[in-house]
Design a protein. Sequence first.
Length: 244
Amino acid sequence: MHTTALVLFSGGQDSTTCLALALSKYERVETIAFDYRQRHRVELECRLNVLREIRAQFPQWALKLGQDHLLDLAVLGEVSDTSLTRDTAFKMEQSGLPNTFVPGRNLLFLTLAAAVAYRRDLQVIVTGVCETDFSGYPDCRDDTMKAMQLALSLGMDKRFLIETPLMWIDKAATWDMAERLGGPPLVNLIIEHTHTCYLGDRTHRQAWGYGCGACPACELRERGYARFRALQVPTPVQARSPMP
């Protein structure tokens, strides 16, 4: 039986929802993030605000929330030529992938997370990768996660479980999951304190949170939030004619 987990926690909507799920399931949960000189490095500040608010607003989770880890992964930014690590416009490449794809990012994240999990005696590695609402990133696929789970377990001689709670759901369902886990307070926390915008914009407050509203991450989050809210609107009861 698994009782401990390490959550890859960037401070965005998806990783915050994954953290809430882990806190609802496991007895001890730690978090990890990576500074790879991303354009949206403001997320590294936001994630600390999210952790603070979770501890303050959800005392039942605060007791389970353990150490936070931030690793310097500057080398990833140095070897990457993408719109997340360079000041370039978002576009599609000839490969069919958007230039927001950072080659090797999730593979490195999981490898380093497993090394920390090994040292901290944590059994489950939780990550918010998804095949439903995503940009075609090959390192977000379920097959990649299964391969990494096998490789890390064999390479470290420790049986890890890589858990991907969002793999088969869309962004609207992610909002719904957050509400089911923490009610309106968690949804409001995600809106006010998490960060997803690729440009690192914290000046424009949208209905779904802060962001530029135009980058791929903002557009995906906005569409998901709109669907989530639309599903919450009760269907009017049709008027019935009186019985003769």
